[in-house]
Design a protein around this ligand. Structure first.
Ligand code: MLT
Length: 404
């Protein structure tokens, strides 16, 4: 009766486990406030254009002439068109509005996309990795058995290490070509960013082997410089890639909820159009993102909205630089934080990631995320986010420096 694969999952989702340990610590200790640099959740208020658009949308809902009930499951045309023009046409990329599926966030889509694939589908993921890619495949029965080293027997792992700059190589010739390859750039958790050439390597591989790249671009707004913001900047991606995007990090919508997925119509496997399958899936299981959220998303993609967003992103980028530089000068080995809101550091004194988590919580009252929670190659690393305030980032660095 119960889906047996759920029972294979480890006890709790990574961020729930962190929240549980922090609560337990708080119950036993009073004293200075905890600084939370664990989950990558935004803290800055929404930009004015988003708030104004939400007020206007609420007014629309208050009058019968402008009222909106169910919208299209794929998203309102006004938002699909705004996404194409702001995120794709502006970069010379040919994406049609009806290739964009608006949703309540990238996390849902990244998990739900598994509905299109059967249990024999072979999956490759980076290690370390955003846990949703792994856990959702476990739930769907594609992961196999959990091995003692924390890997799953049927998943192909693409190690991201200091030696390869945390950018994995394409799967080795010695393993069967995976059907699905999950990539996320700028990367969560390591903060690494892939070059055009590196992404082109994956696109070539996928087209040669019939793989599909599931490309999570949730952090693209943090890219600084001439690097690819979308997998569709890479020639050939339209026949092998699906892209997930989010307004959570772009516009601070973690509580508003809005994201989108782009599936090109040329993406065909075993004679089936992935675009048509996803449309079928969404129309059956999803009733569209909220009208108010979609109006706010449309607004932030306009000229004024983009200018306002830039300020917020800059604020977080300053935090990232502050944490990165502060930790380096304290003697930590630090990565990421340049094109991403995540700083990836090596734990000192060969501490395990969870040992460092507990020590940091006890000594500095700073919460981060243990690297091992993102996969076996994350062991010995630790992630801090830049999504707090300047004051908390500064204070965290002072406390860490005093403690180590
Ligand atoms: C994280 O901390 O990795 C993110 O908050 C995850 C997410 O966006 O769901």
């Amino acid at each position: 009766m119960i889906n047996p694969y759920f029972q294979q999952l480890p006890g709790s989702y990574l961020f729930s486990e962190i929240a549980r340990r922090v609560r337990a610590f708080q119950e036993q200790h009073t004293g200075r406030p905890i600084i939370r640099l664990g989950i990558g959740d935004v803290t800055r208020p929404l930009v004015p254009v988003a708030i104004e658009a939400m007020h206007r949308a609420a007014d629309d809902l208050s009058r019968s002439e402008t009222f909106h009930g169910y919208g299209p499951e794929q998203g309102h045309a006004f938002l699909r068109e705004a996404i194409v023009s702001s995120q794709y046409l502006s970069r010379g990329l040919d994406i049609e509005p009806d290739e964009v599926f608006v949703s309540d966030g990238a996390k849902s889509d990244v998990g739900n996309i598994g509905d299109l694939f059967d249990a024999r589908t072979k999956v490759a993921i980076c290690d370390p990795v955003y846990p949703v890619y792994v856990d959702s495949n476990v739930m769907d029965g594609r992961a196999g058995e959990l091995l003692p080293d924390g890997r799953w027997s049927n998943i192909t792992y693409l190690p991201c290490t200091e030696a390869n700059g945390f950018i994995p190589d394409v799967p080795s010739r010695n393993v069967p070509a995976p059907d699905l390859i999950y990539l996320c750039f700028p990367n969560n958790p390591t903060g690494a960013m892939a070059s055009r050439e590196q992404l082109a390597g994956f696109v070539d591989y996928a087209n040669r082997n019939g793989s599909i790249i599931l490309y999570d671009a949730a952090y693209e707004s943090f890219i600084d410089g001439d690097l690819p913001h979308s997998i569709f900047e890479i020639p050939g991606a339209r026949t092998c890639a699906i892209e997930f995007q989010s307004f959570s990090k772009l516009a601070g919508f973690t509580g508003v909820r809005c994201g989108f997925t782009v599936i090109p119509k040329e993406l065909i496997r075993e004679g089936a159009s992935l675009h048509a399958l996803w449309n079928r899936r969404q129309t059956t299981r999803f009733n569209g993102a909220s009208y108010i959220a979609q109006r706010a998303a449309e607004a932030v993609l306009g000229t004024q909205g983009r200018a306002q967003l830039k300020e917020t992103i800059r604020y977080y980028q300053e935090n990232a630089a502050l944490i990165r530089n502060g930790l380096s000068s304290t003697g930590f080995t630090v990565f990421g934080g340049e094109h991403a809101p995540y700083i990836w550091l090596k734990t000192p004194d060969k501490l395990t990631s969870w040992e460092f988590f507990d020590l940091l919580l006890n000594k500095a009252q700073v919460v981060g995320t243990p690297g091992s929670g993102f996969g076996p190659h994350g062991e010995g690393y630790f992630r801090l986010t830049a999504f707090g305030s300047h004051e908390s980032a500064e204070e965290a660095i002072v406390r860490i420096a005093e403690s180590f």
